[in-house]
Design a protein around this ligand. Structure first.
Ligand SMILES: C[S@@+](CC[C@H](N)C(=O)[O-])C[C@H]1O[C@@H](n2cnc3c(N)ncnc32)[C@H](O)[C@@H]1O
Length: 297
């Protein structure tokens, strides 16, 4: 599909020269406008919302844009998985979801480990450009940026004369204050502990002599190790084969898929089902081995 990147299949890191990234592009208006104004540059939008992705793809097709891509993924993991260090020119975040409550701060887009990773992927001299109408969010971001120690910081309030989106013009007319923050990378970030996962070339099936323990693993949560949590759901039976629905959280990166438990002449084989497209990770291999231990009687 034009513009849509399936990050699970893609050869990584992505090699797109002159790359600008927008995190949380919403209806895509800002991203497509930049792409139309700069056909010589590449633009990649990162979004969690499927509706936003669809809207952008419609616009990409309608205008036949060849320099815009999008990926449906949490911004942290998109930066973690897709880009090489020093490969992104500019990162835009316009009015990212503010997680108001203190207990939600660890989800904020500008938490220190995110800014650390964004800073690594930015080229030196590149910028994170963020706009917000939320003063506590701005203050939180400034504090996180200080922790990362990579940026020269500037903040200004938007004026009616600045180039504005439709919504911004409306908000300003209603007397709202809007802030524009620029974090310019001037040095590599200070190392900050951050979640990591390991992609592998292949996930290998695991064999077991029998599956008499299978009923005991259904509808349960297992902590395989620090950072690796497995939730099992129900199982479907097809002759002697089984299909088990699971959710695996690896350092907070979540995948939901099916484990195919296939009858073999000498027992059973556990593998990721062909119906499920997964990012192949070390955690999935560990999970298959863990399940194999549990399902054999
Ligand atoms: C309030 S909307 C702003 C949309 C648009 N930038 C604008 O200015 O109208 C925030 C957007 O960020 C997306 N978003 C929030 N957290 C995200 C994350 N961790 N990774 C990617 N997108 C995210 C949401 O799906 C939502 O579309």
């Amino acid at each position: 599909m034009q513009g849509y990147l399936n990050y699970k299949r893609l050869k990584k890191p992505l090699l797109l020269p002159n790359l600008t990234v927008e995190i949380g592009f919403g209806n895509g208006e800002f991203l497509t406008r930049m792409a139309l104004e700069h056909p010589e540059r590449h633009f990649l939008g990162i979004e969690l919302s499927g509706i936003s992705i669809e809207k952008l793809l419609r616009e990409i097709r309608r205008r036949d844009l060849r320099n815009v891509y999008c990926v449906r993924l949490d911004a942290y993991w998109a930066f973690y998985l897709l880009f090489a260090d020093e490969s992104v020119e500019t990162i835009y975040m316009n009015y990212p979801d503010p997680w108001f409550k203190k207990r939600h701060h660890k989800r904020r887009l500008t938490r220190p480990e995110n800014l650390y990773l964004f800073a690594r992927r930015l080229r030196t001299g590149g910028e994170i450009r963020l706009r917000t109408d939320d003063r506590p969010f701005l203050d939180y971001t400034l504090e996180a940026a200080r922790e990362v120690e990579a940026f020269e910081v500037s903040v200004e309030t938007l004026r009616p004369t600045s180039p504005l989106t439709k919504y911004e013009a409306k908000w300003l007319a209603r007397g709202k204050t809007l802030w524009a923050l620029v974090l310019k990378k001037i040095r590599p970030p200070r190392e900050i502990p951050h979640p990591r996962i390991e992609e592998v070339q292949e996930v290998f099936p695991v064999r077991v002599p029998d599956i008499t323990g299978l009923p005991m693993v259904l509808q349960k949560t297992f902590r395989l190790r620090e950072g690796l949590i497995l939730r099992t759901f129900r199982v479907w039976e097809h002759g002697e084969d089984r299909l088990l629905e699971v959710l695996l959280s690896e350092e907070g990166y979540v995948q939901k898929f099916f484990v195919f438990i296939r009858r073999r002449p000498d027992g059973y084989q556990l593998d990721v089902s062909g119906f499920s497209e997964v990012l192949k990770t070390r955690g999935i291999q560990e999970m298959l081995e863990f399940l194999a231990e549990r399902v054999k009687g």
